[in-house]
Design a binder for this molecule. Structure first.
Ligand code: HEM
Length: 415
């Protein structure tokens, strides 16, 4: 049995927080291995990166999700009792509920709603002077996804509810007041959505057939039971929150257009070039650093021992930047996606493997569609200037984003 290389430090939590997205890759490079052991959050942990590692990690016979996510992430980011922590038949049933929402027609409708909301905002941006794209797009996405999901949202509520979605995301990786804000925002959002679930069940709120609100409120588990009100709220928030989070990718896409201006002309009017561009944004820029699971039963893999119950982290960012998978991984080159075919274990910005059988993101097609819409709108529906600002993405900060949020000035309608 090969000894699995080990991180030297007796406890690496602080190093993880300090180094962020590069924590696992830096050690893989130092140790000359895509697998090593370390201690994180006072617990022995195995870290992995690369395609063979992703194939292993998404083997649901060998790994489970129950008990894998840190409590802090459950209390803020994902909520407790949602699909992310389920295994086996319970997971498949709940995941099927999400995937039933993701028909091409429904995704197209959400894309259209986002485009309509975005266009409707352009006159206000024209009048406003400098605007922060990240903040504006967050509200555009929130309005659109609520309309799409059947969730009533008054205009005066948009900023507050969008803020709650953001708080849940940043709270998971914060300490002190930002963590507490994440907790509070989750409690308020679950209360808000829980009410809507109850009213839908009682027939006093008419959620449209096929909408996320109706589907989740009326979903029955394999034993015929409705989801408890709080769990139904957690799951509907699992649609709203990550859709708003596409704002980060939109900010990165605007940054990429700024840094690689030749692509502005290439993506304009070309669906194919837009697709490559969007995929490269998802590969190149940091979003989710890792996915976490636990070993079900002890096993050996490539000479390494995986004890039962051991926590395992798959480096998503590091796999998308693995030099054996991606030539010149630190260069932004959308053309690398020309003729590319889906690689469910080598390209994992939103997790890998199979969407239904495993934990790969249920919103991957939505994300791609909304990013394509955004790139189309940025390059054809408006003109703008980007004044001097701080755009340096810090890989030590999770979740990353351009620090300025991408400030646009002199916005004008085009096309
Ligand atoms: C903003 C871009 C997004 C990113 C970067 C992202 C990323 C991810 C990642 C890394 C996972 C976990 C994969 C794993 O555990 O192996 C995940 C799971 C999930 N995502 Fe996303 N996601 C995004 C957008 C969305 C959208 C738009 C939706 C819904 C409309 C969504 C719904 C979900 C759900 C329900 C899960 C849990 C799946 C499961 O546990 O089986 N995500 N996502």
């Amino acid at each position: 049995m090969a000894a699995t290389p080990a991180d030297r430090s007796p406890e690496s939590t602080l190093a993880f927080l300090r180094e962020g997205y590069r924590f696992i890759s830096t050690r893989c490079e130092r140790l000359g291995s895509d697998i090593f052991t370390t201690r994180l959050m006072l617990e022995p942990t195995i870290c992995l990166r690369g395609r063979p590692a992703a194939m292993l990690f998404y083997d649901t016979e060998r790994f489970q999700r129950a008990g894998a996510a840190p409590k802090r992430a459950q209390r803020t980011l994902t909520g407790r009792g949602g699909v992310q922590g389920l295994d086996g038949q319970a997971h498949r049933d709940r995941k099927g509920m999400f995937l039933s929402l993701m028909t091409p027609a429904a995704i197209g409708r959400l894309g259209q709603l986002v485009a309509d909301e975005w266009r409707a905002r352009i006159p206000a941006w024209e009048a406003a002077g400098p605007v922060v794209l990240y903040d504006e797009v967050a509200c555009v996405l929130m309005r659109a996804v609520c309309a799409w999901a059947g969730v009533p949202l008054a205009e005066r509520e948009v900023a507050r509810r969008t803020g709650q979605m953001h708080d849940m995301i940043t709270g998971a990786v914060s300490v002190g007041p930002r963590y507490l804000r994440g907790l509070l925002s989750r409690r308020r959002a679950e209360h808000w959505i829980g009410d809507l679930v109850e009213r839908t069940r009682a027939g006093t709120l008419a959620a449209p057939e096929g909408s996320a609100l109706r589907t989740i409120a009326l979903h029955r588990d394999p034993r015929g039971r409705l989801l408890p009100r709080r769990i139904a709220a957690v799951e509907l928030i699992n649609v709203l929150r990550p859709t708003v989070a596409v704002d980060r990718y939109v900010a990165f896409a605007a940054l990429a257009l700024h840094d690689h201006p030749a692509w502005v002309d290439r993506v304009r009017g070309s669906d194919e070039a837009t697709e490559w561009f969007v995929q490269e944004v998802r590969r190149y820029y940091p979003f989710f650093p890792v996915a976490a699971a636990r070993v079900r039963h002890a096993f050996d893999w490539q000479g390494h021992h995986f004890p039962a119950g051991r926590r395992v982290l798959l480096d998503l960012y590091g796999t998308n930047h693995h030099p054996h998978l991606w030539p010149e991984p630190e260069r932004f080159r959308p053309e690398r996606f020309a003729g590319w075919r889906d690689d469910p274990y080598g390209f994992v910005p939103q997790g890998g493997g199979d969407h239904l059988a495993g934990h790969r993101c249920a919103g991957e097609w939505v994300t791609i569609e909304l990013m394509k819409q955004a790139v189309g709108l940025l390059t054809t529906a408006m003109r703008y200037r980007m004044p001097p600002q701080d755009l340096a993405v810090d890989l030590a900060r999770v979740p990353a984003r351009p620090p300025s949020g991408v400030v646009l000035d002199d916005v004008r309608r085009a096309g």
